[in-house]
Write a protein that binds this ligand. Structure first.
Ligand SMILES: Cc1cc2nc3c(=O)[nH]c(=O)nc-3n(C[C@H](O)[C@H](O)[C@H](O)COP(=O)(O)OP(=O)(O)OC[C@H]3O[C@@H](n4cnc5c(N)ncnc54)[C@H](O)[C@@H]3O)c2cc1C
Length: 425
């Protein structure tokens, strides 16, 4: 055990990875339960996550840690669909052009092939160029721009490309040509194979890892006095530390340190994230379709992603659990009830079931969700983290480092920091 008094802010996966590899550290979590964004919650007889969460990690250490804890449902082939203007087609659209209307298919293929010639060897400077160079103008304008507007609420030219790895496929010319000629049996989606707990939602993967760590719940940090090395909490208590590790959202942390200079505050204020709504409901119908999840391109429908939790866990209950996700800009405040009702009504139409079959529906809000990887992000994050480090504060995780990473990498970033700080467990 280290003799150093290390305080960790946040009991999500990054905090967990740190605490498990730095014996003696103490983790302080604002909420009444651990898990952060990986938390799951039971509603109307189904487990719902904070937005669709699956384990598609290839990391051996992570898989070894999580697979031991709970029985898993393993899916060798996920079924992922897209919906636009009454038409269903497989994800990702560029690999399944034959499923579009013939005129769209031909235009998409023509522009795709032209882009391969025209932009060969060019490095894209932003997400718009990346899509144009990879997929051509037709797919850019009719699919990727539409979806980006709904999901990221940021012009494509303002987005960087550092978040794409493992999420969007670079074009695979033979696959795209084959997919335009006929139905592809083998789907070319990024998330083809995945694992999911049979019970307890995504959190079931990691619940057992919290055993043995020193975790204090209902402890919301409100101020950090970096000079005196003390953290104050909303309940009026204080803790001293030798080293502070933060996994809470970086802009919030910067605002909590009273002596942060104006340039650091300004850099922190440039960091943007989406606000996230999940409309969770259960339908008294056995099967609402073949997909594990699907994406909605239609601009008049606020929902952008829909998943079916029972299809992830492999549960057969005679009912269907549905989660519809809506992302809005961080400062938007749409009315929750109308958002929920509209989402249910839209899905009644899309999935063709009577609204009377909805057993129960709720809407949940997550104020800080996906980090927006705009062109300012990387430099602003470096600036804020560099200043914090000079004041003895290290950060880790999705929100601590303000980078768009999956659960395995959030956990690993905590582990790596513990190792760098000499945790040695
Ligand atoms: C919509 C969405 C879908 C995702 N889907 C997947 C997926 O399919 N597969 C996958 O592997 N990963 C997925 N991820 C990523 C995964 O959820 C995260 O990488 C991971 O959970 C982040 O862990 P973290 O510890 O870095 O952050 P968090 O989980 O946010 O942990 C930070 C903790 O700090 C606490 N906190 C905040 N403020 C304070 C304060 N002032 N004082 C004390 N505590 C505080 C919070 O309550 C939280 O518990 C998804 C993420 C999102 C947003």
């Amino acid at each position: 055990m280290s003799a150093r008094n290390v305080v960790v802010l946040g009991g999500g996966l990054a905090g967990l990875g740190f605490a498990r590899h730095f014996p003696g550290s103490r983790m302080f979590e604002a909420e009444a339960e651990p898990g952060g964004y990986a938390r799951s919650r039971e509603f109307a007889g189904a487990w719902f996550d904070q937005g669709a969460h699956i384990c598609h990690s290839q990391g051996a250490a992570w898989l070894e840690a999580v697979c031991a804890g709970t029985p898993l449902h393993e899916m060798a082939k996920s079924v992922v669909l897209n919906h636009k203007a009454g038409r269903w087609f497989a994800y990702p659209v560029q690999n399944h052009l034959a499923e579009l209307a013939p005129a769209e298919r031909d235009a998409a293929l023509k522009d795709f092939l032209a882009a391969q010639e025209k932009y060969r060897g060019r490095t894209p400077g932003n997400y718009e160029e990346w899509c144009r160079f990879q997929y051509g103008d037709f797919l850019l304008e009719n699919f990727y721009r539409l979806y980006t507007a709904k999901y990221w609420h940021v012009p494509m030219a303002e987005l960087a490309t550092d978040w794409l790895g493992g999420r969007l496929l670079p074009s695979q010319v033979e696959n795209i040509i084959a997919g335009a000629q006929g139905h592809q049996e083998e789907k070319q989606a990024v998330f083809r194979k995945f694992r999911y707990p049979r019970c307890g939602g995504f959190f079931g993967l990691v619940a057992h890892l919290y055993g043995g760590v020193d975790l204090r719940l209902n402890k919301r940090a409100v101020q950090v006095d970096a000079g005196r090395r003390r953290v104050s909490f909303a309940d009026g208590t204080e803790e001293g530390y030798d080293a502070l590790v933060s996994t809470i959202p970086l802009p919030q942390l910067a605002a909590m340190v009273p002596d942060a200079p104006a340039d650091v505050r300004e850099a922190a204020a440039r960091l943007r994230a989406l606000r996230h709504y999940c409309v969770n409901f259960v339908v008294d119908r056995e099967n609402l379709g073949p997909a594990n999840w699907f994406y909605v391109y239609d601009p008049e429908i606020e929902v952008s992603r829909v998943s079916f939790p029972f299809s992830l866990s492999g549960e057969e209950s005679g009912r269907t659990a549905v989660q519809a996700e809506i992302f809005v800009p961080g400062d938007a405040r749409p009315g929750g009830e109308s958002l929920r009702n509209k989402a249910v009504a839209d899905l009644v139409r899309l999935l063709d079931f009577p609204e009377s079959a909805v057993v129960a529906a709720e809407i949940r809000t997550f104020p800080v969700s996906y980090v927006i990887s705009d062109l300012d992000r990387a430099a602003a994050v470096r600036h804020v983290r560099g200043w914090l480090r000079g004041r003895g504060i290290e950060t880790a995780g999705l929100f601590g480092n303000w980078e768009y990473i999956w659960s395995d990498r959030a956990y690993e970033s905590g582990c790596a920091l513990a190792e760098a700080m000499g945790g040695g467990a």
